[in-house]
Design a protein around this ligand. Structure first.
Ligand SMILES: [Zn+2]
Length: 294
């Protein structure tokens, strides 16, 4: 699958510039910059957002004008779902909540992690607490009008990281995405340029937990025939590149975001391998991890 490789980049200032809104499916849009932003789901009852961006002024500078450009300026925002409690996902939440009155939803473990995660102390600007108003947990199906968002366990990147899955539509045709909330697998030698503060045992435990969530998410994706994969960070799922491909799409040609079940499997397998390799590295056992032949 040509599009499956993530594209981790050293962000230039260009990556932080607000971009115009992007349509991904009939009922799914993205408004943000090349690193972070909000995924916008249009339901019969109003809008639902996934993620609040790493920019404190996301609402004023990007999301509000983006929604207006899409013609959604008058639509009610029902809820904002966070994947996890890292500041680059929740920094813009408080302004959005104050402006719209929407619920802010996150797992209990990561609502706690917002204040206990040392990663969240490592930024230069003051970031308001997102004020989580609704605790959600894996296994729940959240109903918003004609759309149902399934909450899945994505823990390991953070203690209570969440994955999401839902049906979206392309010219009326149903597709189903799975969004994996986390990406990095933190541990000794891989923590924001600093010494890893949570101890080796936790690093290995989190890496293995993340790996098991990749497997469970794949089992779910198979069962539910997921054919689209997203990471909350656009650069980690080639979002802008695929959106550009779609711009030149002729009638009847497939939506570039539809990678098929095998494409979804490759994305999840890539993270599973990375988790297992990290677990071995963090144990300091000098034995390379090797995946069993398929
Ligand atoms: Zn994170």
């Amino acid at each position: 699958m040509a599009n499956f490789k993530p594209n981790p980049v050293e962000p230039t200032p260009e990556y932080f510039k607000p971009q115009g809104p992007v349509k991904l499916f009939d009922d799914l849009f993205f408004v943000g910059n090349k690193l972070v932003g909000s995924w916008v789901i249009r339901t019969s009852a109003g809008l639902v957002l996934i993620e609040g961006s790493g920019e404190v002024d996301h609402w004023e500078n990007c999301l509000k004008p983006g929604l207006e450009e899409l013609g959604f300026g008058e639509e009610k925002i029902l809820a904002l779902l966070l994947t996890h409690g890292h500041f680059d996902h929740y920094a813009g939440c408080d302004h959005i909540r104050r402006a719209t009155g929407c619920d802010i939803c996150l797992s209990a473990a990561d609502t706690l992690y917002i204040t206990t995660g040392i990663e969240n102390w490592k930024h230069n600007v003051e970031i308001p607490n997102p004020h989580v108003t609704r605790i959600i947990e894996p296994g729940q199906d959240l109903v918003f009008g004609d759309h149902v968002i399934s909450v899945l366990d994505g823990s390991g990147h953070t203690p209570g990281c969440l994955n999401y899955s839902m049906e979206v539509h392309d010219d009326g045709e149903p597709h189903r995405f799975v969004m994996m909330g986390g990406y990095g697998i933190f541990g000794p030698g891989n923590f924001l340029g600093d010494e890893y503060p949570y101890g080796t045992e936790n690093a290995v435990g989190y890496a293995l937990k993340f790996a098991s969530c990749c497997v469970n998410t794949w089992e779910y994706a198979k069962r539910m025939h997921c054919d689209v994969f997203f990471n909350p960070h656009p650069h980690l799922c080639n979002m802008y590149e695929l959106a550009e491909e779609n711009q030149n799409r002729r009638p009847g040609e497939p939506n570039a975001f539809v990678v098929g079940e095998d494409g979804v499997r490759q994305w999840l397998l890539e993270r599973f391998d990375a988790c297992m390799e990290a677990a071995v590295k963090y144990t300091d056992i000098r034995m390379p991890y090797k995946r069993a032949e398929e």
